[in-house]
Design a protein around this ligand. Sequence first.
Ligand code: BG6
Ligand code: MG
Length: 216
Amino acid sequence: MADIKACLFDLDGVIVDTAKYHFLAWRRLCNELGFDLTEEENESLKGISRVESLEILLKLGGVILTQEEKDEWLVKKNDWYLEFVDSMNPDEILPGVVHFLDLLKGAGIKIALGSASKNAMLILKKVELLPYFDAVIDGTKVSKGKPDPQTFTLGAEATGAHPSECVVFEDSQAGVEAGNRGGMYTIGVGDETVLDRAHVVIPGFENQDLKLFNRL
Ligand code: BG6
Ligand code: MG
């Protein structure tokens, strides 16, 4: 079994189901700009920063905007997203997550967040999970987004673990690639056909325990 000292968790779509709120807000933006966004197209936005996501969408819709217009749409998208976040509470933590975090704590394994989101602290507070985290690396702390490994490299450093002792949990292709490039173990959370680059894929944390690491 791999000697695991730290677990680095993505937030949106791994700990809480906010991936669906990002999708709804981006789809609204696309619709208001005159085109649609499918769930499949949305897959390539997961894990990607807000600014980069807008660029991908504008290309998809063949829409050209000035920088000022882009900034306005970015504010709108985030406002729509935050309307969903505003009513979040601990019930929105994905099944099995709290139990899994408790198992890690009990085993003395460090826990860090590695998210592209600038709203991560707000969400962790809303769902009352902040006390579990030894370190939080979010969109306010990174200069290079996923698939660059920086988010997770900083997370590993903050916990004092070597990358080879870290497991990254991710629901996005970009995030799995970031973990792999950082020299960490990666566990995909979601669909194994989408997350086929991860070392192991689980559908979610329900019924999972630390024996999961035996599969790495
Ligand atoms: C990632 C999401 O966690 O955070 C992306 O998967 C999102 O969809 C990115 O664009 C940035 O989040 P935010 O909350 O700063 O817009
Ligand atoms: Mg995610």
